[in-house]
Design a protein around this ligand. Structure first.
Ligand code: ATP
Ligand code: MG
Length: 574
């Protein structure tokens, strides 16, 4: 491609809302154009990168025996009603009607559509397993679209679904195979990533894993062990129950607490409480109130009890009460339910209020907690006699101990680029997608579901590979393999050499020739902003038979004889 004829327009201006390098460089480099909140046009350069990423995914998936299909983007809502998700999905799902008043949704994910496809054709166990995928636009009306391609409303996803006769096949032929295939895809794209345990919703267990590109700008917090390979999204991370301060430090004694109700005027927060009684927050109970949302507009106030030294992990809490979502609850709503904000606790609760306690509180016989009465706390409260329900609710903290090896846990940040999930019969059962097994018995498919954020990957690659001048595309993601920069096209020898190198190298590589009538400095800063792995600069030294090869990663230049340039570049690029 000749730059002079291309539709490539770089810019010095970053979008005013852009904070991440990937967002800034994708716009400044002329890869994408913003057209509305979370909506982007892909310009020729962006489209090339998108297609390359997509091709890597497709190649590896096809090699693993997956088959590509393409489903209608506009989805009849009847399928979503069959699965029970039409109401549940919330506002991210864009619902609309056509001129005949028929209802549709814009697919945010395609389980229903794919189950509908499979049930039409698969009748017998002999046709299983099958793994179908598509690479297609998704629409999610995200509440806060941001960071450019990282969190769009319209975005490109690879979504795959596997169908099996039983759980064993789903794990072996589906889940584990996809784990390996996804790893190869992200390795080929040159990414440093980690596979972590992820939230599986109310299903629980380790049936869900995420592929996290390690980057400080990542929106996800991941918990990793310093000593072993344990890694989990904070939403799913577990730990050994933390030790009490008196168990860690011999100097410290367990506070002696006589059971009683104490007058604690205006002492509402855990810090105030710990200071008031001169104890560590570990020996106090923090009660967090939330409103749990269920189907058909049902709402319930739920109280979650955790140690004062912990924080509530909302995804765990939401799973613990099997809710569709948890939202904040106002003081007025709490008071209406008979609760006293700032003084809530597990004992003497109004009827109908659910209290769930963290698992580290199981067996606790002496703690300080709100008394459900204004300005009062219980001291020395025995939780065992209250017979509370216990669930894992607390967020793992840095410094907590690893459940696998006892090592020290720490946080790191990641960008979720892939997600694999053991789905079971969650969709096939309600949608009656069934096959006949070896004994002629009708059974729902056992399924797995697998996603890759194809457009998000462009942002993730840049977050991991950039410098202060622009992106540094990895080999398999770069918009061009090589750029040839003619320093001054008015110099006949430079132009001639540039053209002949372009002709020669275009036989094997995708080459961009900067043949514009621009200053050299302008061209080189465009090169840096485009992030192409290598460039050949044809400049003044051509009179001595020399050109320069630039490595975008290091920006180091190397002089080579023009006759050797082609061979040298070939060695670098293969
Ligand atoms: P997130 O937690 O980031 O919102 P998710 O868990 O809702 O993502 P999945 O339903 O697992 O996403 O979708 C599969 C993949 O699609 C994700 O791993 C991610 O890479 C990508 N993805 C999801 N939402 C977006 C978005 N709004 N913009 C771009 N890519 C997205
Ligand atoms: Mg996910």
């Amino acid at each position: 491609m000749r730059f002079s004829e291309s539709f490539i327009y770089t810019s010095k201006e970053a979008p005013s809302d852009a904070v991440l390098p990937s967002h800034i460089y994708l716009v400044r480099g002329g890869f994408i154009q913003s057209v509305g909140a979370g909506l982007y046009n892909f310009l020729p350069l962006g489209k090339k990168v998108l297609d390359k990423v997509r091709a890597v995914a497709k190649e590896e998936l096809d090699k693993a025996g997956c088959q590509e299909v393409e489903l209608a983007f506009v989805t009849p809502s009847e399928f979503w009603k069959e699965s029970g998700r039409f109401e549940k999905y919330g506002k991210e799902l864009l619902r609309f009607k056509d001129r005949k008043d028929s209802e549709y949704v814009l697919g945010p994910t395609h389980e229903e559509m794919m189950v509908n496809m499979a049930r039409a054709f698969i009748k017998s166990y002999k046709q299983l397993p099958v793994n179908l995928y598509q690479i297609k636009t998704k629409f999610r009306d995200e509440i806060r679209p941001r960071f450019g391609l990282m969190r769009g409303r319209e975005f490109l996803m690879k979504d795959g679904y596997s169908f099996h006769k039983d759980e064993e096949s789903m794990i072996k032929d589906g889940f584990e195979k996809m784990e390996k295939t996804y790893s190869r895809i992200f390795e080929r794209l040159g990414l440093d990533f980690r596979i972590v345990e992820a939230d599986s919703g109310a299903i629980g267990g380790s049936g869900s894993k995420e592929f996290m590109v390690l980057a400080d700008s990542g929106e996800d917090t991941i918990v990793v062990c310093e000593d072993c390979d344990y890694g989990a999204n904070i939403e799913a991370a577990v730990r050994e129950n933390p030790k009490a301060p008196h168990e860690i430090d011999a100097e410290y004694e367990r506070p002696e607490m006589q059971f009683g109700k104490f007058y604690t005027p205006d002492v509402k927060t855990i810090d105030e409480l710990a200071e008031f009684f001169h104890i560590e927050p570990y020996y106090t109970l923090k009660t967090v109130a939330k409103k749990a949302l269920y189907d058909e507009g049902v709402e319930k106030i739920v109280l979650f009890g955790i140690r004062g030294s912990d924080e509530l992990q909302e995804v765990k809490a939401c799973n613990a009460v099997n809710a569709n979502d948890l939202v904040d609850v106002s003081d007025e709503e709490l008071e209406k339910a008979g609760l006293v904000p700032g003084f809530m606790g597990p004992k003497d609760l109004p009827e109908d209020v659910i209290f769930i306690a963290d698992k580290t509180l199981e067996g606790e016989i002496s703690i300080i907690a709100g008394a459900n009465e204004k300005d009062y706390h219980y001291v020395g409260l025995n939780l065992v006699v209250l017979k509370l329900e216990h669930k894992d609710l607390a967020a793992v903290k840095e410094g907590d101990s690893c459940i696998k090896c006892g090592g020290k846990l720490k946080y790191t940040k990641g960008i979720e680029v892939g997600h694999i999930f053991q789905l079971g019969t969650r969709y096939s059962a309600p949608m009656k997608a069934e096959f006949l097994d070896e004994n002629g018995k009708s059974k729902p498919f056992v399924m797995g579901t697998y996603g890759i954020g194809i457009s998000r990957l462009l942002a993730a690659i840049i977050e991991q590979h950039h410098d202060e001048r622009g992106p540094i595309w990895t080999k398999e993601s770069a918009p061009f393999d090589l750029e040839i920069i003619i320093s001054n096209i008015k110099k006949e020898e430079e132009l001639k050499t540039g053209e002949s190198l372009y002709k020669e190298l275009s036989k094997d590589f995708d080459v961009l020739l900067d043949d514009r009538k621009e200053r050299f400095g302008f061209k080189i800063s465009d090169y840096e902003l485009l992030g192409i792995p290598y460039a050949i600069i044809v400049g003044k030294k051509i009179k001595d038979g020399l050109v320069e090869i630039v490595d975008r990663k290091t920006l180091q230049k190397q002089e080579v004889n023009v006759k050797e340039a082609v061979e040298k570049i070939k060695r670098l690029l293969v």
